[in-house]
Design a protein around this ligand. Structure first.
Ligand code: ACO
Length: 311
């Protein structure tokens, strides 16, 4: 039997009401949100690294300005999301500590390298495309601050998706070498993009409870299916081949059948053993350590100012 306070909470969630900071919530609800929102924030912040790799090498001034704006947007998304998580009683320093110690995850996708300029287009098209598919329903999340943060984030993500597709469109109309570069990027980013939605539903430990609390609105496999159905025609339009021999339209279900991602690779990457995990974490830890003098200076200044006021 559910206790009456918890039942009243669940009824509010079922009725589509937003839960706001400092209102009563089950401890598990709070913990799940802290986990998901902080991991989401970390993903935005770490997600700047693979693209940042190409800011100094963008092919034109216009592409550079677009990429700079996009990477700055990701930083903004991270800060929004850290604020949303802070409303649940965790500090930003604690969240950073969890990232740096490897306790908190961030999206598997950012542990793959960006080898060519086409990878930047592919990230916009596929990675931001997958992010939108996942984040649009999060605008209806039961927790108010997370839901509201998603509104603006989704608008910016759609710009990111369009700029990626536009960059690739330009390249596939270019030389055969440029078109081959785009195909190669799709070959490398397709499966990792499908993995962004998380493990298959039968292996997803949190989905059932998160859906009951309306933190998640859809299961991992539902969103993965929608992403495949949306993206396959876009690949065709670019004249590219999706690297999945099992991919085919299924008239009866009104969607595509497709192959299984390599789940062993996925679990390996989220355990910290992907191609760039060490490099990504080292970059974040270095940024934190490089900022120590500044944090110390701020603290020293605040203490002196407090002393002066007391004197
Ligand atoms: N990368 C890293 N870890 C993942 C991924 C992934 N692609 N998918 C699942 N996991 C982790 C989960 O965090 C969980 O581990 P934990 O218990 O240590 O937190 C474990 O794998 C089991 O997965 P699920 O039970 O399915 O977890 P959950 O219900 O949290 O669903 C999902 C995973 C869909 C990623 C969810 O957390 C979510 O929607 N997060 C918000 C969106 C987000 O984080 N986007 C970041 C990527 S894109 C971007 O914004 C730039």
């Amino acid at each position: 039997e559910m206790d009456p306070v918890e039942r009243a909470f669940q009824e509010r969630v079922d009725a589509g009401q937003k839960i706001e900071p400092k209102e009563w919530m089950p401890e598990g609800y709070r913990k799940t949100l802290v986990r998901q929102i902080s991991q989401h924030a970390h993903s935005e912040i770490v997600g700047q690294l693979p693209e940042g790799n190409w800011i100094s090498r963008a092919p034109t001034l216009e592409r550079k300005a677009i990429l700079l704006a996009k990477v700055q947007d990701e930083a903004g998304h991270g800060l929004y999301l850290y604020c949303a998580a802070e409303t649940l009683g965790i500090s930003r320093d604690q969240m950073y500590e969890q990232l740096h110690s490897g306790k908190a995850k961030y999206s598997s996708i950012f542990n793959y390298p960006t080898l060519t300029w086409a990878d930047i287009g592919a990230i916009g098209w596929l990675v931001d495309g997958a992010a939108i598919m996942n984040q649009v329903p999060l605008q209806r999340c039961s927790y108010g601050p997370y839901a509201r943060a998603m509104v603006r984030i989704c608008k910016e993500e759609s710009f990111h998706q369009r700029q990626g597709y536009d960059a690739l469109m330009r390249m596939v109309k270019g030389t055969p070498a440029q078109k081959a570069m785009v195909q190669d990027a799709l070959n490398r980013w397709w499966w990792p993009s499908l993995m962004m939605f998380g493990p298959s539903d039968d292996a997803s430990v949190h989905s059932a409870q998160s859906m009951a609390w309306k933190i998640k609105q859809n299961s991992n496999d539902e969103l993965r299916q929608k992403f495949v159905d949306q993206t396959v025609p876009q690949a065709k339009y670019l004249g590219l081949t999706v690297p999945d021999p099992d991919l085919k339209w299924n008239e009866e279900k009104g969607g595509h059948d497709f192959g299984e991602p390599d789940w062993e690779e996925f679990f390996n990457v989220i355990a910290g053993n992907g191609p760039c995990n060490a490099e990504r974490l080292d970059a974040r830890k270095k940024a934190w350590n490089d900022g120590a003098w500044f944090r110390d200076g701020l603290t020293a200044h605040a203490e002196k100012a407090a002393d002066r006021r007391a004197a």
